[in-house]
Design a protein around this ligand. Structure first.
Ligand SMILES: C[S@@+](CC[C@H](N)C(=O)[O-])C[C@H]1O[C@@H](n2cnc3c(N)ncnc32)[C@H](O)[C@@H]1O
Length: 307
């Protein structure tokens, strides 16, 4: 099967970055490089892009297709929580723009052996995007009930998180979780009211977010991005579900305040307002884009500018 990832909200994202010839941009979620390609077409020969992705498999597969850009593109396998290190190493401090296009690439979702889709019955319950310490099966086989409830609630917004966690823990006596099918058969036992595509998508999302520490990555990545941006530089974030979007929205709101200090502090110690919100409401996909790419459905794009 041909591997294709259609970049989501690409025109909007690149437009908001206000790419200037000779500028330096960081693409924190390079994937198959769809967004970067568009930035590269606008920065000209003097411009530079640092493309980061934690998934070494994707980077190796697409690398040859980007050779024509030479020094204009530096591709790195790594986590975006470490962008400050990479930016320091490759000269991307005071960047002109930084992009996060969160979540999974279609390349990962369509890779039938990695357990990212609940449709891949025989796949291993892995769900690692890169070099994580644990796999989804480790969580299912070993975590205690409190932690399972926490991830189903916080990462999947699952109402009956306790029932789901209980069912998983009690099934361990008879079952060792190894494949997608193992988890499906346990969840099926919860009854029809649970077993919908929406519910399964939320369980998968919770496990994937825990395996890859996606909340920790996003919080650290956003903080570092703000530090790395030069004055007037823009930060563009595309998220795909409410848990991510909430983090981005709150982060942008907090850093756009005149002061983030506790109210009882006699004088400001935070240095004052750091960001200015460019999008008051998130930008969503048009009907035309949705017709071409159903996976773009839940995308929300938010933009801030460093003061
Ligand atoms: C939606 S895709 C990006 C697609 C890309 N914009 C394109 O046009 O092809 C998200 C990518 O981010 C990567 N990713 C997710 N979390 C990451 C992290 N914490 N650090 C680095 N890369 C990450 C995933 O491996 C995936 O390839």
């Amino acid at each position: 099967m041909d591997k294709i990832h259609v970049p989501v909200l690409a025109k909007e994202a690149v437009g908001f970055l206000r790419v200037v010839p000779g500028g330096r941009y960081i693409d924190c979620t390079f994937g198959a490089g769809g967004h970067s390609k568009q930035i590269l077409s606008q920065v000209g020969s003097g411009g530079k892009i640092l493309g980061i992705d934690r998934d070494g498999k994707i980077i190796e597969e697409v690398r040859a297709g980007f050779e024509e850009y030479g020094d204009g593109l530096t591709m790195v396998v790594g986590k975006f929580s470490d962008i400050e290190d990479y930016a320091g190493r490759y000269g991307f401090e005071n960047a002109d723009g930084i992009l996060f296009d969160l979540g999974l690439s279609s390349w990962q979702l369509d890779d039938r052996n990695r357990g990212f889709s609940y449709l891949d019955f025989d796949a291993s319950l892995d769900m690692r995007m890169g070099e994580s310490e644990m796999r989804a099966k480790d969580i299912l086989n070993n975590w205690d009930i409190k932690d399972l409830i926490r991830i189903f609630k916080n990462y999947g917004d699952i109402d009956k998180a306790k029932q789901v966690a209980k069912r998983i823990v009690s099934s361990r006596r008879a079952k060792h979780f190894n494949t997608v099918g193992d988890l499906l058969s346990v969840l099926e036992g919860l009854g029809k009211q649970y077993y919908s595509r929406r519910f399964l998508a939320r369980v998968w999302q919770s496990l994937r977010m825990a395996v890859n520490d996606e909340v920790g990555e996003l919080e650290k990545g956003l903080e570092s991005a703000v530090d790395l941006l030069g004055a007037g530089g823009r930060l563009v974030v595309i998220s795909f579900h409410s848990v991510e979007d909430r983090i981005v929205k709150n982060f942008f709101r907090d850093y756009s305040r005149r002061c983030r200090c506790p109210k009882d502090l006699p004088e400001c110690a935070c240095g004052g307002q750091i960001l200015r919100r460019i999008t008051k409401k998130p930008v969503v996909v048009s009907g035309e884009e949705l017709d071409k790419n159903i996976r773009s459905k839940s995308a929300k794009l938010r933009v801030v500018e460093k003061i």
